[in-house]
Design a protein around this ligand. Structure first.
Ligand SMILES: NC(=O)c1ccc[n+]([C@@H]2O[C@H](COP(=O)([O-])OP(=O)(O)OC[C@H]3O[C@@H](n4cnc5c(N)ncnc54)[C@H](O)[C@@H]3O)[C@@H](O)[C@H]2O)c1
Length: 329
């Protein structure tokens, strides 16, 4: 690190899987120090903190009183949003928050209004946006005449207990498939209307304590008239999955998956692997923004992510009400 450049002191909230992914990336970045970890207990937080030479806290207010942090990463389950963001807003501490923003729209809407009135720097963990194949897809779609897209997030039930509870995760479309809805918005534009069918087909639902829908299909109409369908299931056995989004255009097919982009035109198929680490790029963009005030490299801030969240929550509402839901501008 060149002399005179201030080290960024980062706090992390959450001691689960993804807080460790972010901590690993941050601790490998030049000019960045993981200073503090906050968990549901001081013991768990100290255990994780010891790996990074950081301090552990069981209460967020203690961490924020005890440290002078430049930014905080929020890696908590969807049910745990609200108070955490409010405390950071009050202290004007920029944050990167993992998706989804919550289990419904009420809490995120309140946080959004606080962010807008304070101009706080935020970033949301829609990491697909940072993949080079997503940029290539977005650029190709700008040149081509697209008709529709069909996508899917077909996988198994994550093991964490909160995920299978409706009031814990909001369900698969809000918690997981949100990444594909966000990619659709990023590449093809705003969603105007959604219509969803959800179902519960898994045989061992009761044994496993599953409340959320385990199959679902959501049709979406964009403001441009472009239509899409994104389906999901979490009833597959572990290790069997298919995740992706395919665009159908007058020029051919653009088939995107987290691993690669495949473009099929008449007589020719071209494939680009995704070579970059989107999580590292996401953190680099956020840390750059906190260091310099230039947020232009952040590809998903809270206000943008809120629009994705509105779509996934509208899908849940549509499935419950049995009718299409219009999304306000
Ligand atoms: N962008 C991505 O690719 C990606 C990947 C994985 C997870 N995530 C997101 O990160 C968030 C955290 O996921 P995870 O896999 O780390 O979950 P996890 O269950 O492994 O960890 C969650 C942590 O949150 C903390 N926590 C705070 N309040 C809590 C509460 N009321 N109940 C339970 N834990 C509480 C605990 O420290 C816990 O360890 C989720 O929103 C998830 O969607 C994003």
């Amino acid at each position: 690190m060149s002399r005179g450049v201030k080290t960024m002191r980062i706090g992390i909230i959450g001691t689960g899987w993804f807080s460790k992914v972010h901590a690993g990336i941050l601790s490998g970045m030049e000019g960045v120090q993981v200073k503090a970890i906050c968990g549901t207990s001081a013991e768990k937080a100290q255990q994780m903190a010891s790996r990074y030479g950081a301090s552990g806290y069981g209460q967020l207010s203690d961490m924020l009183d005890g440290e002078r942090l430049d930014a905080v990463y929020i890696c908590v389950p969807p049910l745990a949003h609200g108070e955490v963001e409010r405390q950071l807003l009050q202290r004007k501490i920029p944050f990167l928050v993992e998706k989804p923003l919550g289990i419904g729209t009420e809490v995120p809407l309140d946080i959004l209004s606080g962010i807008q009135s304070s101009s706080l720097i935020t970033s949301v963990g829609y990491h697909f946006r940072y993949m080079e194949t997503s940029l290539r897809l977005k650029e190709a779609l700008a040149r081509q005449s697209a008709g529709m897209a069909v996508g899917q997030w077909m996988g198994s039930m994550p093991q964490v207990a909160w995920w299978r509870k409706q009031a814990g995760s909001g369900g698969q479309f809000i918690e997981q498939t949100t990444h594909l809805v966000d990619l659709l918005r990023y590449c093809a534009g705003e969603v105007e209307e959604v219509q969803a069918l959800y179902g519960q087909r898994m045989q061992r639902r009761e044994d496993l304590g599953v409340e959320v829908a385990d199959v679902g299909t959501v049709s979406l109409r964009l403001r441009s008239g472009f239509i899409a369908n994104i389906s999901n299931t979490c009833l597959l056995p572990t290790g069997v999955s298919r995740v992706g989004l395919t665009f159908y255009t007058e020029e051919g097919m653009l088939d995107w998956s987290p691993e690669r982009l495949r473009m099929s035109e008449t007589g020719q198929t071209t494939e680009w692997p995704n070579g970059s680490d989107p999580y590292a790029l996401e953190s680099a963009a956020f840390i750059h923004a906190v260091r310099t005030g230039d947020a232009s490299r952040i590809l998903s801030d809270y206000a943008d992510a809120f629009r994705t969240h509105l779509v996934t929550c509208a899908a849940l509402e549509s499935a419950a009400a049995g009718r299409p839901i219009l999304i306000s501008e």
